[in-house]
Design a protein around this ligand. Structure first.
Ligand SMILES: Cc1cc2nc3c(=O)[nH]c(=O)nc-3n(C[C@H](O)[C@H](O)[C@H](O)COP(=O)(O)O)c2cc1C
Length: 363
């Protein structure tokens, strides 16, 4: 390793020291929980590779979650977490399952976490992570005892907020130091990890980048659809009428995306013609995507299911092992930091700027 890369690695270690200490991992890279995909195999693979795997339990009952947690313990002895959607009808039972099984970290997603949930987890010694959509809410969550935050921009896959990762990072990172902050949404390369760390992030969360990992149980057709897709294919769900709400979800466009718009129009027309009640029409639209992620990700129906993915899908170009993905992210982060130091040393005069080129990994 060259001296430049050695120094860059030291800088990277210093940048994410807080995140690593919080997660208890070698790298402060969280594998964002993905319903159906982030089960025992992928979670264990991410944690074994030095990152932090997170079990998705959006669709699991408490006994299924217990089995999944046990499955991770059987496959790895490294730290990992569980993601719980706070509107889950069995929230308390899921939390109790995590406590009983001594899960170290619980990520509370899908809304602001109830006070009682935070308290139960903290009393059990579990580290609690939540999503902060704005700076004031980040402050409020830190006051309520949340141990770390994730800020996630609208480039991300799945259910998203309205603000980009870039803007959220600028709004939160320079002004907030109370607890470690992890940045997610649209991150496909280590260069971006290095960038957010340099801005003050404790680490990053990536989802889409891990979907096509060899260890991911996603259906081969789902993986192929991801490998084929470009950033611009990962589109936001379209709401055709302000009176008929549609939850914003980012997914690779397919036949179901087209049908969804037509379905909304037909349903709204039926309501206007008096064939349906307002509530019934709204519910029909809400239910259109029920079970759709499972249909695509597990059953392989990539035309009628939901191909949830972030814009970083354009950077998913092949099936790779999880350890390869993590090693690649690390290499890119070190490279980016070495290059920026090299640029700094060369001075900012245009004539002195080194051309943008990757340093050879063996250098
Ligand atoms: C297929 C898929 C399913 C997801 N399911 C969940 C989920 O159940 N809970 C959650 O908090 N986030 C979920 N997410 C978001 C991820 O945890 C992660 O934050 C996001 O993918 C990061 O953005 P990126 O995809 O651009 O890396 C999902 C994302 C994808 C792509």
């Amino acid at each position: 390793m060259t001296e430049a890369r050695e120094r860059a690695l030291q800088r990277l270690d210093a940048y994410w020291a807080r995140g690593r200490a919080f997660l208890g991992t070698r790298y402060a890279i969280m594998g964002g929980a993905m319903s159906w995909v982030s089960e025992r195999n992928l979670v264990a693979a991410i944690s074994n590779a030095g990152g932090f795997g997170v079990v998705a339990c959006g669709s699991l009952a408490p006994d299924q979650l217990a089995a999944e947690i046990d499955g991770v313990y059987e496959r790895c002895d490294k730290p990992f977490g569980v993601n719980i959607i706070v509107i889950h009808p069995e929230l308390d039972a899921l939390v109790a399952t995590c406590v009983e099984r001594r899960v170290g970290h619980v990520v509370l997603a899908g809304g602001l976490p109830p006070k009682r949930t935070i308290e139960t987890l903290k009393q059990a010694g579990t580290r609690v992570v939540a999503f902060a959509p704005t700076l004031p809410l980040a402050r409020r969550l830190a006051k309520q005892g949340i141990d770390a935050l994730i800020i996630e921009g609208m480039e991300a896959g799945g259910h998203i907020g309205p603000v980009s990762t870039n803007v959220l990072a600028q709004e939160v990172l320079p002004h907030f130091d109370e607890v470690p902050v992890f940045v997610g949404g649209g991150i496909g390369r280590g260069d971006a990890v290095a960038l957010y760390l340099a801005m003050g992030a404790a680490g990053c969360q990536l989802g889409t980048r891990f979907v096509c990992a060899t260890e991911s149980i996603a259906h081969p057709r789902f993986k192929q659809a991801m490998i084929r897709a470009n950033a611009r294919d990962a589109r936001l769900s379209v709401q055709v009428d302000p009176d008929f709400p549609v939850i914003p979800v980012r997914a690779v466009a397919n036949k179901a995306t087209e049908r969804f718009e037509a379905f909304q129009r037909e349903t709204i027309a039926r309501y206007r013609q008096g064939e349906m009640e307002l509530g019934e029409a709204r519910l029909a639209i809400e239910h259109f995507w029920a079970g759709a992620l499972r249909r695509a990700a597990i059953e392989g129906d990539v035309e009628d299911g939901s191909l949830m993915a972030g814009q970083s899908v354009g950077m998913v170009t092949s099936e790779q092992s999880t350890s390869e993905i993590v090693a690649e992210l690390l290499d890119q982060a070190v490279n980016a930091l070495a290059l920026s130091a090299e640029r700094g040393a060369a001075g900012l005069a245009d004539g002195n700027r080194p051309a943008h080129r990757p340093l050879p990994a063996s250098a």
